[in-house]
Each structure stands twice: as structure tokens, then as C-alpha cells.
Design a protein around this ligand. Structure first.
Ligand code: NAD
Length: 441
């Protein structure tokens, strides 16, 4: 059992903390947000992730996890401090490292024994060299500190599962001591460990995320061409997927990727390349395609309708993907303001994301249009003139073509996630537009 502190209780930090406690470590999670800390002490997770609250409650009751804003007490005698604070995008695309720097400074002031600092946050290559130097520059006690890189690969919506059953754990260290300590912390998980140097570990994270983003943008690019030449992108993807070199994941065309990672990490790597005098053409293409893709269906609908003004517009799904309440970079955030500007009366349904969305677009009149949040999906569709599908929640997939036809004023559906069968829509007489497939008119 190691004594572990975790800085930051977002998707990465809190899930890591709960999972470390679950395998028997003694964990203290630190956050600057007092409300969050109080909520977590009551066994309530500030984020929605399947299975997380159960782990928090079980391990809190067993005395293996605690939450605090008092970083000094948490860091002073920790064997390892994991950093999971945000590294958001700056206007020039580079990563904002100010949260990392603050934690580094807090660690330097606090630690009273030798300690391994492990950066889980996604940071530009070379950052952890600087973090190590920075901590050593500000140390107040005579102790040894090293920094390791241990990038996180969880996907929101399945974060706990991804943590406990990760495909691999990447550890980037510069000494045997750091490598052995980190391997020991992960030993109870029984997962494949890939041990590399610190810079390679940092690069593995960006290279992996950007490859996945590229895969999505590639399929969207192919989808756009499929539409023009009369091919069906879903059949194309199915045909491709049997090739083991390609695999069957991330081949779904749609209205683009969102979330807190792919948009930011593609731009950050492009920025790193530019800083080093290199043009990363593949990643740049992935970014450009994604930007165009997000509003593709809105543009199609704008051509089809005279106006959105005074129309009831059903919006199904607000989060960037199912299984999470996270809205960061979600396509809904690009499309809803466009619809409101055009005077649409939006009826939005999302099983968990509506509350967060309402913080940005409060219920009622919004500019020329209005937005109403409904908890029953059929209330969104009922009497609607047009329907947009932005997130492939199970509840949204479960709406049958027949129900669109029966409930909508005009059965006109724009499906950004290709969840419905074209033949079924044809049969139900729903006018239907999706991505990379023939329209049903
Ligand atoms: P988040 O924004 O959800 O959480 C960050 C937390 O850190 C917040 O609760 C904030 O209050 C806290 N914080 C800020 N300053 C602090 C300080 N000085 N001390 C303690 N806590 C502090 O972030 P996230 O989505 O968990 O992402 C964290 C990092 O992990 C980012 O670099 C991200 O790129 C990376 N990452 C995220 C995911 C993901 O799916 N969200 C996956 C892999 C990697």
C-alpha cells in the first residue's frame, strides 16, 4: 500500500483516485473547489461516470479515500502525488500549463519526504522536464523529488472501466527508482505496463489521441465523398472493418468529434510541430475536416427550409457523446446558437446534459429564438417541424421511425450520428438526412 495524493478531481483525477483506493492504496484527493470537496465527502460524484459513486462510497466507508482542499496535509508525506488538473487550449492552440505550474509550486512548498510526482494530465512534450526543475527550484525541505509521466487514456462515459481494465499503462520515467515505484503502484491492477522515457510517454498520449481523431476525420472525409458518388459510408466502413490492419473501431461517420481531448490535443500537437518548425499535415487536415463537419447538417437543413423562425426544432442529445454529462466542444454547442440566431423554438432532450447546457442557454427566450428542456423525448418531437440528432444516446436510438412520422408536424430528421436505418425511414415516410448516406426524400 502506498500513500497517494491526487491533485484535481475531474474526470481523470477523481477516477484515478477512486481506482487507486479500490486496489488498496491510501488516497487523498485534493481540489481547489470547496463545493466539490464537500459534495464528494457526502459520497456524491461531481461528474457523471458509470460506477464512480459506488467506488467513492465503498472506499470512503473503508477509510481508503478522502477529499480535501488542504493540499499541504495531503502532499507532505505522500509517496506519490498524481497530477490530474486541466491543461485547456489557449487561443493559439497551445496548452495552458498554469494549473500544472500552480500544483507544482504547491507540491514544492509542502513535501517533507522523498516523493514521486506523476503527471497524468496531457502536457506538451518536454513539460515534465520543466515541472521537475520547477519543483526543485521551489523546494522548501531537503528531499528528493522526481517527475514521471503517466498519461491517461480513459474515455469519458466508461472512465472507471477504462481505468481498472486499461489496454496498457504508459509510464515515462528517468530513473530506476521512479520506474520501480510507479510499477509497484500499478502492480495490483495487473495490467500491461509499457515503460519508456518521459518524453516518449508524453508523445504517446498525443500520438494516440490524434491518430483516433484522424481516423474519425478520415471517415468523415470519405463520408462526404460517398454522398457525392452514391456510396453508403456505413457499408464502406463495414467492408473496411474486416481488415485487421484497419480494425472495426472509430469508423463511424457523423458530425465530428468533440469533448475535452481530441479538439484540444490535435491543436496542441499541431502547435508543438509548428514551434519546432515542422508542418504536421495529417493532424491539420483532421482539425479542418472536423470544423466543417460539425455544422454540415445545419447547413443542409438551412437550404431545405425557408427559415427556422417560428419553427419547433427538436434537438436530441446535447453532450459530445453518450454516457457523459460533458458538453465541452460538443457539436450541439455549435448548432444550437445558429438555430437560435435564426429564430428557432428549440425543444431539447438529453438524459444527463440538459442541466449543464441550461447554464449556457437558460430555458426560455434566447436571442431571436427560445429553448425549452424536456425530460420526455416524445415531448421534443411532438408537433416539431424538424428534428436534429446530435448524440446517440440509447433513448434516442430507441425512437422508431414510425414515431417520428406519427408525432412530428412534418417528419423531417437530420441525423448527425447515423443511428437510423435508411430503409426503415423510407418505409415510415420520414424525410431523412444523415452523413455519407443517400437522403430519404
Ligand atoms: P477537469 O477540468 O474535469 O478537472 C480538473 C480539476 O482540477 C478541477 O476539478 C479543478 O478544480 C482542479 N484543480 C485546478 N487547479 C487545482 C489545484 N491547484 N489543485 C487541485 N485541484 C485543482 O479535467 P479532466 O477532464 O479530468 O482533465 C485533466 C487532464 O487530463 C487534462 O490534461 C486532460 O487533457 C487530460 N485527460 C482528460 C481525459 C478526459 O476524458 N477528460 C482523458 C485523458 C486525459
Amino acid at each position: 500500500m502506498d500513500k497517494i495524493a491526487v491533485a484535481g478531481t475531474g474526470y481523470v483525477g477523481l477516477v484515478a483516485g477512486a481506482c487507486f483506493a479500490e486496489v488498496g492504496h491510501q488516497v487523498t484527493c485534493v481540489d481547489i473547489d470547496e463545493n466539490k470537496v464537500n459534495t464528494m465527502k457526502q459520497g456524491i460524484s461531481p461528474i457523471y461516470e458509470d460506477g464512480l459513486e459506488e467506488l467513492m462510497q465503498k472506499n470512503y466507508a473503508a477509510g481508503r479515500i478522502d477529499y480535501t482542499t488542504d493540499y499541504k496535509s495531503a502532499y507532505k508525506d505522500a509517496d506519490a502525488i498524481f497530477i490530474g488538473v486541466g491543461t485547456p487550449e489557449q487561443p493559439d492552440g497551445s496548452a495552458n500549463l498554469s494549473y500544472i505550474a500552480t500544483v507544482a509550486r504547491q507540491i514544492a512548498e509542502s513535501i517533507e519526504k522523498d516523493c514521486l510526482v506523476v503527471v497524468k494530465s496531457t502536457v506538451p512534450v518536454g513539460t515534465n522536464d520543466k515541472v521537475e526543475q520547477f519543483i526543485n527550484d521551489f523546494l522548501t525541505n531537503d528531499v528528493k523529488v522526481e517527475v514521471a509521466s503517466n498519461p491517461e487514456f480513459l474515455a469519458q462515459g466508461s472512465a472507471v472501466h477504462d481505468n481498472l481494465h486499461a489496454d496498457r499503462v504508459i509510464i515515462g520515467t528517468e530513473s530506476k527508482w521512479a520506474e520501480e515505484l510507479l510499477k509497484g503502484i500499478y502492480a495490483p491492477f495487473n495490467l500491461p505496463i509499457v515503460s519508456v522515457n518521459r518524453r516518449s510517454a508524453e508523445m504517446i498520449k498525443y500520438a494516440s489521441n490524434d491518430f483516433l481523431a484522424l481516423k474519425i476525420s478520415y471517415m468523415n472525409d470519405i463520408a462526404n465523398l460517398c454522398e457525392l458518388i452514391g456510396a453508403d459510408v456505413q457499408d464502406v466502413a463495414r467492408g473496411m472493418s474486416f481488415d485487421e490492419r484497419i480494425g472495426n473501431k472509430f469508423l463511424n461517420a457523423g458530425i465530428g468529434y468533440g469533448g475535452s481531448c481530441f479538439p484540444k490535443d490535435t491543436k496542441a500537437l499541431e502547435n508543438i510541430a509548428t514551434q519546432n518548425g515542422y508542418e504536421l499535415k495529417t493532424v491539420k487536415a483532421a482539425i479542418d475536416i472536423n470544423e466543417d463537419q460539425k455544422t454540415k447538417l445545419y447547413k443542409k437543413a438551412s437550404k431545405r427550409l425557408i427559415t427556422f423562425s417560428g419553427l419547433k426544432v427538436a434537438v436530441l442529445g446535447l453532450t459530445f457523446k453518450p454516457g457523459t454529462d460533458d458538453l465541452r466542444e460538443a457539436p450541439s454547442l455549435e448548432n444550437v446558437p445558429l438555430l437560435l440566431e435564426q429564430g428557432a423554438d428549440i425543444y431539447a432532450y438529453d438524459p444527463v446534459g440538459a442541466e449543464n447546457f441550461a447554464k449556457v442557454y437558460p430555458e426560455g427566450k434566447n436571442g431571436r429564438g427560445s429553448i425549452t428542456y424536456v425530460s420526455n423525448i416524445e415531448h421534443a418531437i411532438e408537433d416539431a417541424n424538424v428534428c436534429f440528432i446530435f448524440t446517440e444516446w440509447g433513448e434516442v436510438k430507441a425512437v422508431t421511425p414510425k414515431r417520428y412520422k406519427e408525432l412530428m408536424r412534418t417528419p423531417l430528421v437530420y441525423d448527425g450520428r447515423n443511428i437510423h436505418d435508411i430503409k426503415d425511414m423510407e418505409k415510415a415516410e420520414v424525410e431523412y438526412y444523415s452523413v455519407g448516406r443517400k437522403p430519404v426524400t
